[in-house]
Design a protein around this ligand. Sequence first.
Ligand code: AMP
Ligand code: MG
Length: 411
Amino acid sequence: MNRPSLLSLDDALPQLLAQAHTLPETQWVSTFDADGRVLAQDVVAGLQVPPHDNSSMDGYALRALDCVQAGAVLRVTQRIPAGTHGTQLNSGEAARIFTGAPIPPGADAVVMQEDCEVLEGGQIKVNMAVPTAQWIRRSGEDVTRGATVLSRGTRLTPAELGLAASIGLAQLQVSVRPRVALFSTGDELVMPGDVAPEAMPAGAIYNSNRFFLRAMLKRLGCEVSDLGIVPDKREATIAVLRDAAMHHDLILTSGGVSVGEEDHIKPAVQSLGELSLWQLSIKPGKPFAYGKVNREGGVCHFMGLPGNPVSSFVTFLLLVRPFLLAMQGLTQTEVKRTQMTAHFDWPRADKRREFLRVKRNAAGGLDVFPNQSSGVLTSAVWGDGVVDNPAGQTIARGDSVRFISFEEWLA
Ligand code: AMP
Ligand code: MG
């Protein structure tokens, strides 16, 4: 019997994102706390930045026409530190001025103090010909009043927080955090700290997925309810899913989503709602599942990640990450791929699209981690990204490949 072919990532992702409706609620947060959040409104400047023409140097404000040639002598008639403002400046006069201070009316250039000589009797000699507008920062050269400086759907980073503050915003309106319930399945799982390594029973392993999944959810701005480890039992799985669906936007699980008799996630979700995606043509990460769990008056999204740690890690980044960003109103959810040169051979093509853990080397190319098994988490620690290798494709040293950097992907 022919197995039906697996769904490709390119087919699955748009289907998934079509379900990721932006959460309707928004909230105001302090600009201090808005790093990583997604803006829910356009931000329009209510003033010019800088608010006035000002000096970009410590020196003297003057009239350029007085200094057409080097050697002009001017009388210093006023002093303008930052935070104050000056008065009318007339021909033959200079104003002592400091960085950020407003240019006084009548002045049209600044000369650096290094280009002047201080003379007796409150005078200076200007040792250069001064062009008009020298060392003046124009009002509005950063931001003009009425301009949209940040757009709705932008994920805020420290630079945006600074810009928002520069136009006087102490609070920003952002999308609410998605509420995500997280649990692991697997009777073999033990929590670090509960059992010492030397006392681990036969067949037990530590729960590693829980740690990176929780961290990745937090980085994406989610409010995480960590429900711990759920036993490999149908009824227990159903009970936790039903309960979690009531108060969350997404239930995220790891393990138990393959085809063995101990894999209860799939039937449990189907008994409470529907599973609309299952199994993708990617490696690692084939058993990924997406569905919905019904609750009174609505549904809760469900995503089941494979148990193997690298599969869990990669499917989170490929599928869960864009989904959660879209739920927060982000318009651009795709991670950037850059072309880089493989410094390795990958002679065996796989039927599935592969995500190979690689590392940039000093020669500007990529090395591959020798063990690409989906259980080997060391590959993700050693590597600084993945090569996104199309299905059926071999790689020869020197080939150009598509690289995704963990730095960007995990941000
Ligand atoms: P499963 O998808 O439940 O069949 O699990 C596949 C493999 O991943 C098995 O070797 C599990 O022991 C392992 N695994 C499942 N969950 C975790 C976890 N939370 N942390 C580490 N390994 C896991
Ligand atoms: Mg299992």
